[in-house]
Design a protein around this ligand. Structure first.
Ligand code: G
Ligand code: G
Ligand code: MN
Length: 556
C-alpha cells in the first residue's frame, strides 16, 4: 500500500516537472514565431533570388526551435496519459477507502453519505427510508471455536445472502466486526414490506453455513429506524447519523430480548438504554465506593426455635437509588464481568462481620453460576478464610439448581475442592431447576433448600400440591441423608405445618426481614451471642488499647 502511495507521489512530481517542460515549449513557440518571422521571409526571398540568404545562426536557432517544439509536444502527450492514469489510481484508492475489503460492501465511513443521498432521493420521490442494523449473535463463539478463517467465511456468506435479498438501489455496509447495516427505501403506505424484508433477512442468515464439511449455525438480531413518523415523531428530522443511532438502540433491544429477532425503534428504548447505562456506571462506581453491603436473614432450627445461622443477601446502598435488591444488580454485574469482584468483597465483609458472632452460628452465601466457572474460586475462598481466621465449617455456599445444567463436570470438581476445605454446599431454590435424581446422587450436597414458592403454597392452601411436593422433597432428603431447609416461611400456620413434616431448618419473613450487620449485632447482643471482646489484633481492639493508654497517661 505504502509503495503504491510513493509511486503515485513520484508520478505527481514528474507531472509537475512536465508542466515546466510545457512552459519551455510555449516559450519555444513564441521564439519560433519571433525568429521565424524574420528568417522565413529571408529564405523565401533567397529562393526567389530576390535577396541574400538568411543568417546561418538564425537558421540554426530556428531548426533548434522546431526540434524543441516536437520534443515538447511528445512530452506533453505523455504527460496527459500520465495524468489519466493518475486519476484512475486515485479513483481506485477512493473506492478502496469506501469498501469493506472482506465482503465488498460499503463500510462505516461510506454508509453515512450514501444513506444521506438515498434519503434525499427518497424524499423527492415521496418515499421513506428504513435503516436496518444487523448484528450476528454470539459471533465471537464462531471465531473462538472454528477459527478466524471460518469466521471470515461466515461473514462473507452472510453479506452475500443479504445482498441476494435486498431490492435494487438498496445499500449494504459492514460497519465492522459482525455488524451490518442495510438501507432501503419503501412506500410509506406499505410499511409491512420492511417487516417482510427483515424477516426474510433473518431467515436467510440463519440457514447453516457449510464450511469444509462443518456446519456453522448463526442467528442475527436486527433493529429498524425509518424516516417515517414512527421514528421521527419524537425526534424531528432524521439524517443518516440519527437513523444509525436509533437502529442501533433497537438492535440492542433485540439482543436484550433474547436475540434472533428484530425490533422497530421506539423512543422508550432510548430511555431504557440510558437507565441501563446509568445503572452500569452506578454499579462500577458503587463497587469502588464500597456501596455493596451484606444483609442477613435468620436461619432457625424449626423444632428448638434456635437461631442457627444467617444467609447473607447482597444489598446495594446507592446514593441515587436507595437500597437496591440483588435481582436488579447481580445480573448486570455478571454481564459486566464484575461479579467475582463484587461477590469477593461481600463474602469478605460477611466473614469479618461473622467473626464477632457466636461461633455456633453459620454463614450462608449465594454465588453466581459464573463464579463456579472460575477455576480459582476454591483457592480464593480458602484465602479469605485464612485471612479472617474463619473456620471453614461455619461457611456454607449456596448454589442454585440452574448451575447444574451449565457444566456438571466443572461443578462437581468445584464442589469437591470446596468440601475438601471443609466448606459446606447447599443446593438453593430446590424444585425450580429440574435437577435430576442422578445429579443429586452424584453431587455431594450438604443441604437442600426447598424453594419458597412451594412453602408459600402451603399457607395459601392451594390444594395439597404444596405439601405433597414438600413431603416428597423431605423423603428424598431422608433417602439421600441430606438435611433440608425450608425458605419463605411467612406465618405461624406455615411454620406449624412444616414442623409436623420433619426435622427442618427454616427461614423467612416470619422471623423478620433481612437485617443489616448493625441490626444483627443488636439482635445477637440481646441474645448474649455477640462477642463483646473483639478478636485480638482487630481495629477495634487497637482503638481500645489506645484509649486505655492515653487515659493512663492523663491520669498519671
Ligand atoms: O435478597 P433477595 O432479595 O432479593 O435475593 C434475591 C436473589 O439474589 C436470591 O436468589 C439470592 O440468591 C441472590 N443473591 C443475594 N445476594 C447475592 C450475592 O451476594 N451473590 C449472588 N450471586 N446472588 C445473591
Ligand atoms: O437465595 P434465594 O433465592 O433463596 O434468596 C432468598 C430471597 O428470598 C431473598 O430475596 C429474600 O429477601 C427472599 N425471602 C426470604 N424470606 C422470604 C419470605 O418469607 N417471603 C418472601 N416472599 N420472600 C422471602
Ligand atoms: Mn439463597
Amino acid at each position: 500500500m505504502t509503495e503504491k502511495i510513493a509511486e503515485l507521489k513520484s508520478r505527481r512530481q514528474e507531472a509537475g516537472r512536465d508542466f515546466i517542460a510545457l512552459g519551455i515549449i510555449a516559450s519555444a513557440i513564441l521564439m519560433f514565431v519571433g525568429i521565424g518571422g524574420k528568417v522565413l521571409p529571408e529564405i523565401f526571398r533567397n529562393w526567389l533570388e530576390m535577396g541574400p540568404g538568411p543568417d546561418p545562426m538564425l537558421v540554426n536557432a530556428l531548426l533548434l526551435n522546431i526540434a524543441l517544439i516536437i520534443f515538447g509536444w511528445r512530452r506533453y502527450s505523455d504527460l496527459l496519459a500520465e495524468l489519466e492514469q493518475h486519476q484512475i489510481a486515485e479513483e481506485n484508492a477512493r473506492a478502496l477507502a469506501e469498501t469493506d475489503m472482506l465482503t465488498n460492501c460499503l463500510n462505516r465511513r461510506s454508509i453515512t453519505p450514501e444513506t444521506d443521498s438515498l434519503i434525499n432521493q427518497a424524499n423527492g420521490a415521496g418515499k421513506h427510508v428504513a435503516f436496518v442494523m444487523l448484528d450476528l449473535d454470539n459471533f465471537k463463539q464462531v471465531n473462538d471455536c472454528n477459527g478466524h478463517q471460518i469466521g471470515d467465511l461466515v461473514l462473507q456468506t452472510t453479506a452475500q445472502r443479504i445482498k441476494d435479498i435486498l431490492p435494487g438501489g438498496s445499500l449494504l455496509a459492514r460497519l465492522g466486526g459482525d455488524e451490518f447495516a442495510c438501507v432501503v427505501s419503501f412506500d410509506p403506505s406499505h410499511q409491512g414490506s420492511v417487516d417482510q424484508l427483515v424477516n426474510r433477512l433473518i431467515d436467510a442468515v440463519s440457514r447453516p453455513v457449510l464450511t469444509g464439511g462443518q456446519e456453522v449455525e448463526i442467528t442475527i438480531s436486527a433493529g429498524i429506524a425509518t424516516t417515517g413518523a414512527n421514528t421521527s415523531a419524537a425526534t424531528g428530522a432524521l439524517d443518516a447519523k440519527c437513523l444509525l443511532h436509533y437502529a442501533d438502540i433497537a438492535m440492542y433491544h433485540a439482543k436484550k430480548q433474547g436475540r434472533n429477532r428484530y425490533f422497530w425503534f421506539e423512543t422508550g428504548m432510548e430511555h431504557q438504554l440510558r437507565l441501563r447505562n446509568d445503572l452500569e456506571a452506578g454499579i462500577r462506581k458503587g463497587l469502588t465506593n464500597g456501596e455493596f453491603i451484606p444483609y442477613y436473614e435468620q436461619q432457625i432450627d424449626l423444632h428448638s426455635g434456635e437461631l442457627v445461622g444467617f444467609e447473607m443477601l447482597a444489598r446495594w446502598v446507592s446514593p441515587e437509588l436507595g437500597i437496591v435488591n440483588p435481582d436488579i444488580f447481580i445480573p448486570i454485574a455478571e454481564e459486566l464481568g464484575l461479579i467475582g469482584d463484587l461477590s469477593g468483597k461481600l463474602i469478605e465483609q460477611a466473614l469479618s462481620d461473622a467473626s464477632q458472632w457466636d461461633p455456633a452460628i453459620t454463614v450462608s452465601v449465594n454465588i453466581s453460576p459464573i463464579e463456579l466457572r472460575d477455576p480459582w474460586f476454591a483457592q480464593k475462598m480458602l484465602k479469605l478464610l485464612v485471612k479472617h481466621n474463619f473456620p471453614a465449617r461455619r461457611l456454607e455456599i449456596e448454589i442454585t439448581e440452574t448451575c447444574l445444567h451449565e457444566n456438571l463436570g466443572l461443578v462437581r470438581t468445584m464442589i469437591t475442592s470446596l468440601r475438601n476445605q471443609g466448606i459446606r454446599i447447599s443446593l438453593d431454590d430446590f424444585g425450580t431447576g429440574y435437577s435430576s435424581l442422578s445429579q443429586l446422587q452424584s453431587l455431594p450436597f450438604d443441604r437442600l433448600k426447598i424453594d419458597r414458592s412451594f412453602v408459600g403454597d402451603l399457607a395459601h392452601g392451594k390444594g395439597d400440591s404444596g405439601s405433597k411436593i414438600i413431603d416428597a422433597i423431605i423423603a428424598l432428603g431422608d433417602g439421600l441423608s441430606i438435611p433440608i431447609t425450608a425458605e419463605g416461611i411467612e406465618d405461624e400456620a406455615t411454620l406449624e405445618r412444616l414442623k409436623k413434616m420433619g426435622p427442618l431448618k427454616g427461614q423467612g419473613y416470619h422471623y423478620g426481614l433481612p437485617e443489616s450487620a448493625e441490626e444483627v449485632r443488636a439482635r445477637l447482643t440481646r441474645l448474649g451471642r455477640y462477642r463483646t471482646f473483639p478478636p485480638e489484633g482487630s481495629a477495634m481492639q487497637a482503638r481500645i488499647e489506645e484509649t486505655k493508654h492515653t487515659a493512663g497517661r492523663r491520669n498519671g
